[in-house]
Design a protein around this ligand. Structure first.
Ligand SMILES: [Fe+2]
Ligand SMILES: [Fe+2]
Length: 212
């Protein structure tokens, strides 16, 4: 159940056809997750003065490739590194972008947010930040309630907490971090040139994707 929808006069809000495609592409539980992410991304955007219709659209579309088999993910998004090869699920953001472009979806801001939702925003795209934070903290996950609450008053702080805790979690367990995630990490204002973070968050965030 979606609590609120963006301004339906916005041209990007005409998403009925895309909503149906998503519903057909993912499992029912995933579809519920997608609706919660879209709703939360929209609310975060509204609170931050960001284009809420784009945030809603990116939330709706972000996991459209999430339930495809590995072979299809590898075909849609050729691996860029050893992690991609070992964990094709890490490719589902890039694969989603490829699919959407082939199907005629053309908004570059939304497409970048969809592509980057697995590994983190590359900076300069606040819609991407909304979706990333909404994805890790939507209420159905049962974790990261603090990030969700923070996002509704300070998106930048919530994004930093989400990315830093993910990188800290992975590195603390000796798990290689995806180069794109490291790029997002080093783009954070709170990360120093040596890669350290003063007062890094201590919460061990469960890995939301099997691949780093
Ligand atoms: Fe995802
Ligand atoms: Fe998701």
């Amino acid at each position: 159940m979606i609590a609120e929808r963006p301004d339906l006069r916005h041209p990007l809000a005409d998403l009925a056809d895309w909503d149906e495609r998503v519903r057909l592409m993912v499992r029912p539980r995933r579809y519920d997750h997608v609706l919660r992410v879209a709703d939360l991304a929209c609310r975060i955007a509204r609170a931050a003065g960001i284009d809420e219709a784009r945030a809603y659209a990116a939330g709706l579309l972000h996991d459209i490739a999430r339930d495809l088999p590995d072979t299809e993910l590898l075909r849609l998004a050729p691996p860029e590194c050893a992690i991609d090869l070992a964990h094709p699920l890490a490719l589902h953001g890039r694969a989603a972008r490829t699919l959407l472009e082939r199907w005629g979806y053309a908004d570059p801001v939304v497409l970048e947010a969809v592509e980057d939702h697995t590994t983190g925003p590359r900076g300069g795209n606040p819609v991407s930040a909304c979706v990333y934070v909404a994805d890790v903290s939507e209420p159905g996950r049962g974790v990261n309630e603090d990030i969700r609450e923070l996002a509704l008053c300070d998106l930048e702080a919530a994004l930093s907490r989400a990315i830093v805790s993910k990188v800290t979690y992975l590195q603390g367990r000796g798990i290689r971090v995806h180069p794109r995630t490291l790029r997002s990490y080093h783009a954070l204002p709170c990360v120093g040139q040596d890669g350290s973070v003063p007062d890094a968050p201590r919460l061990p965030q469960p890995d939301r994707h099997p691949a780093p």
